[in-house]
Ligand binder design. Sequence first.
Ligand code: CP
Length: 316
Amino acid sequence: MKEYLDISDINNLHEIIDEAISLKKAPYSFEELGKHKTIGLLFFNSSLRTRLSTQKAAQQLGMHCIVINFGADAWGLEFEDGTVMNGSTTEHIKEAAAVISQYCDIIAIRAFPTLTDKEKDLSEHVLNNFKKYGSVPIVNMESATAHPLQALADAITITELKKTAKPKVVLSWAPHPKALPHAVANSFTKMMQRMDVDFVITHPEGYELNPEVTKDTPIVYDQEEAFKDADFIYVKNWSNYKEYGKVVNNDPSWTISNKQMAVTNNAKFMHCLPVRRNVIVADEVIDSDASVVIEQANNRTYSAQVVLKRILEHLK
Ligand code: CP
């Protein structure tokens, strides 16, 4: 694997999931692979799971980690060409990416969308500028439009917990007071399209994701109808895609409670976390045996580890 920007960088999905599950059983079995190698974790936004699980994954492969928080303890970066830099930005991406590439063998980046400038967000300008001006592999730790490490962890979790060969998986929108990105929903959708599952998306009318992502995945506007006989309920809020970045509906009847879960096939409840309790999901669901959010978060380590392992193997 040369880089991990999107799940399209995975060639053989079954193979990588199996390898991640093997790493989970023996996490230190490739401790020599990353010896004398350094990963730089670059955060333009907050994180708990991605930060810690990627660091842990790298350490289990014997790598050194450098973490930098842009906006807190790094110079403000300029991404535009030809700018007269007499404003708030101090360092240009051209120098920053080249310099960081000298210190690190792999650069992992978290950079959320603006949710105001659709064109800029779709261009993945932060990730792609690091790719353009840096000289080492890039790993996406959640970008403007994708969260492929999360999607791989989700695929591992479903593979481990499924009870039938082809489970029914539902991605449901749920309300949230703030405008949230589409990245998790996009990557989860792309991942489910590649897995052997019966996949359905449900959300209020008008909350359609990017049609280039959803393609021919069935969209059911009646949440109860969508949930019938489901084996996995994956819940996530996203802001409006058409009226880009707007919160146009906050209908509390879409919050996941026992009422919704009752029509499922004893479905497992999944969410990438962090989650707003009693807004996205009722306590009665997330505190129940149906919830697998903690197992899901644990798999973030092994999704990161298998990706880093494959990039290290490519670097050799
Ligand atoms: N799921 C996820 O990416 O969590 P963090 O935002 O805490 O990293």
